[in-house]
Design a protein around this ligand. Sequence first.
Ligand SMILES: Nc1ncnc2c1ncn2[C@@H]1O[C@H](COP(=O)(O)OP(=O)(O)OP(=O)(O)O)[C@@H](O)[C@H]1O
Length: 211
Amino acid sequence: MSKPLLAVVDLFCERDERTLFEALSFELAAGELLQIEGANGSGKTTLLRILSGLSNDFEGAMYWCGEPIALAKDDFLSSLLYFGHQPGVKGVLTPVENLQWYAAIHPALSADKILPALEAVGLKGYEDVPCHSLSAGQGRRVSLARLYMNTARLWILDEPFTAIDKHGVIAKEALLASHVRSGGSVILTTHHDLTACGPVTKINLDQLMGT
Ligand SMILES: Nc1ncnc2c1ncn2[C@@H]1O[C@H](COP(=O)(O)OP(=O)(O)OP(=O)(O)O)[C@@H](O)[C@H]1O
């Protein structure tokens, strides 16, 4: 049997002496979409940051393709696209410049896909406008354009649909569906009901903690 892409064993995390989650174990297979649910403050962002290697403030173990994640770090990081709560878009740069910068620092991003990606997120005509002149939703779309440019096996997405209009959400759901169909995996948080992504595995942090 093939090993899971990511395995999480007995994760425990507390902040300010409050347990956010404990005894959290799960496996993520290639081609699986996992939605982390929970109320505001339940620990979704904290969990995603731990899973992405951005926070070491936890107990428990994680495995990447069967290897302890510390030993598989290079492969794990080059296989990961993390989309954080903040758009990560520099206002003084244009959408094209922002994406050129992303492509330069992330090996999973392909620079020749920048213009098609901006068109795919509805920003054709805005390629060379400084991002501080864009709306909140357009700024978020610049960041989301990264998803159209990359081949990372694992996407970890924190509230990717924030500030995105209804048509944009439908398009992003189709993109997630296409990613998992082609064998990619997704872990995301969203308060939207996912209706067009295919099968969704869910973990609810409130239920885990009995709150
Ligand atoms: N660096 C930190 N130091 C101390 N407490 C923190 C830190 N980061 C998060 N917390 C606390 O941990 C709890 C969980 O925060 P987190 O952002 O993970 O929740 P969330 O489920 O993503 O919430 P939301 O749905 O509002 O985005 C909150 O009470 C928050 O105040």
